[in-house]
Design a protein around this ligand. Structure first.
Ligand SMILES: NC(=O)c1ccc[n+]([C@@H]2O[C@H](COP(=O)([O-])OP(=O)(O)OC[C@H]3O[C@@H](n4cnc5c(N)ncnc54)[C@H](OP(=O)(O)O)[C@@H]3O)[C@@H](O)[C@H]2O)c1
Length: 437
């Protein structure tokens, strides 16, 4: 025991020990304080509303990643019944994600439905299946959080329908989904408030939206300034949202009660998600290296996904957002004024609505014809192969590929049909949302 040292420590006045740290605090404290305040500013505001979500059915696009995933987790913890619209049900990630989410949130009412937003026929298939039910299925909220942003200097990407990807996924698919679902939204009981939340982005200010060429086919894709296209998809989505609100407002319910559908657009700010990462790194490995080296800077100025989820949660829970007119823009958990006049321009909104309907119809017809043509060609090729007697070993019963196909089918079957069992290897016993009257 170092008794002399202890004696020395006890004999010295406290100020001797504080001298060192205090001089540090005086020199650097101001910077630390400024950094703390700046980080608080960049982290954004927090939703302060609480809402019991038990029994509420919430449909979410983009709920598997980034902002959408943070929103889903919060709502699932509050007991909401979640219907995730995902690209595909067969991919292992979806199964694992839902299994983990159910366990983490202690909520078994989380389901997934296939609805690939890059394929209008997939959207129609899901949405018509949803509304094809009497009495109408319960639906309290639709959150459109899926989105894509093509990084600069990348080629124009197209959806399965051959339309520019950002336009197709961010705008066309969501409007297509909501248009088909809108009878179900309007037909909810009069005492139920129904919220539609559309995620937009500040980039809508930079939009270059031309109704005669909205996916930049005639003008040429601006790969050095892709935000013109991304922004256009968001500006169009906001204009559509405002118009959807107006159309719901003038709808006359059979029971003569007032409309309870409330459309809201949310600008979440700048968030550290895979979309932002892809954009900042220009979708390149070199860009990723630079991003990793400057990670602290980005971590400082960008919001976390949970931070980005706050304005969405505010719109999902606050009773204030139901006051006054709907179809408004929200950011930082409060109403904001849209900076582009198109959003409130009724003439423009009607024209956009009509052009969109025409485009969706044309794209669907074209895709269906192309699919049929491809199917026919495939059948002809199969017949030719069969005639030549060239049935490959890999397709024969008992072959390795046949075995894996059967294993996969069994796996799918178990996944969809097996009753809940703690011994089951398949913890997700059903991905499909049951019918909710
Ligand atoms: N990050 C930001 O700074 C920021 C800023 C303003 C606005 N926003 C908007 O916020 C929303 C969410 O963005 P995020 O940053 O969270 O992006 P993210 O992490 O990349 O998530 C995008 C989500 O969209 C889904 N998705 C993409 N294409 C799809 C398709 N064809 N079919 C079905 N789902 C599809 C993705 O599913 P997979 O997992 O299957 O790919 C994923 O769940 C977007 O609308 C975005 O425009 C983001």
């Amino acid at each position: 025991m170092p008794v002399p040292w202890v004696q020395y420590v006890l004999d010295e006045p406290l100020s001797v020990y504080l001298q060192g740290p205090w001089s540090y605090i005086r020199s650097y404290g101001i910077y630390a304080g400024a950094a703390f305040l700046a980080r608080k500013y960049f982290a954004g505001s927090t939703n302060t509303w609480e809402r019991n979500m038990h029994g509420k059915v919430v449909m979410v696009t983009g709920g598997t990643s980034g902002i959408g995933a943070a929103v889903v987790e919060d709502l699932a913890r509050r007991g909401a019944q979640i219907v995730l619209l995902v690209r595909s049900l067969s991919d292992e990630f979806t199964v694992d994600y839902i299994t983990d989410l159910r366990a983490r949130t202690d909520n078994q009412l989380i389901y997934a439905e296939a609805c690939d937003l890059a394929d209008l026929s997939s959207v129609r298939k899901f949405a018509t299946k949803w509304i094809d039910n009497a009495p109408v299925r319960r639906l309290d909220m639709v959150i459109c959080a899926a989105g894509v942003a093509t990084p600069p200097f990348k080629e124009r990407r197209v959806t399965r329908d051959g339309v520019e990807e950002q336009w197709g996924v961010n705008y066309l698919a969501h409007t297509h989904l909501l248009n088909i679902l809108s009878p179900a939204l309007r037909a909810q009981p009069a005492d139920r408030d129904v919220r539609v939340i559309l995620l937009t982005c500040a980039a809508y200010v930079l939009a270059d939206l031309d109704l005669a060429d909205f996916d930049f086919q005639k003008r040429g894709y601006p790969s050095s300034r892709p935000w013109r296209v991304y922004g256009a998809s968001k500006l169009a989505l906001m204009t559509y949202g405002a118009e959807l609100q107006r159309r719901c407002d003038v709808y006359e319910r059979p029971d003569k009660n007032p409309n309870k559908v409330r459309v809201m657009m949310v600008d979440p700010g700048l968030i550290r998600t895979s979309l932002t990462r892809r954009f900042l790194t220009f979708g390149s490995l070199f860009g990723l290296l630079i991003y990793l080296l400057t990670w602290l800077f980005w971590a400082f100025i960008l919001k976390t996904p949970l931070g980005g989820a706050q304005p969405v949660l505010h719109c999902a829970m606050s009773p204030e957002v139901l006051q006054g007119e709907g179809g408004k823009l929200f950011g930082e958990c409060r109403e904001k004024k849209a900076q582009r006049k198109e959003v409130e321009d009724r003439g423009f909104a009607t024209a956009l609505w009509e052009v969109t309907e025409k485009e969706v119809k044309a794209l669907e017809v074209r895709s269906t014809l192309e699919k049929k043509k491809a199917e026919k060609a495939e059948k002809v090729a199969e017949k030719k192969e069969a005639k030549k007697g060239k049935l490959s070993y890999m397709n024969m019963p008992g072959s390795p590929s046949e075995a894996s196909r059967i294993w996969y089918k069994t796996f799918r079957y178990k996944l969809m049909n097996e009753a809940p069992s703690h011994n089951s290897a398949f913890k997700v016993y059903s991905l499909h949302a049951p019918v909710f009257p």
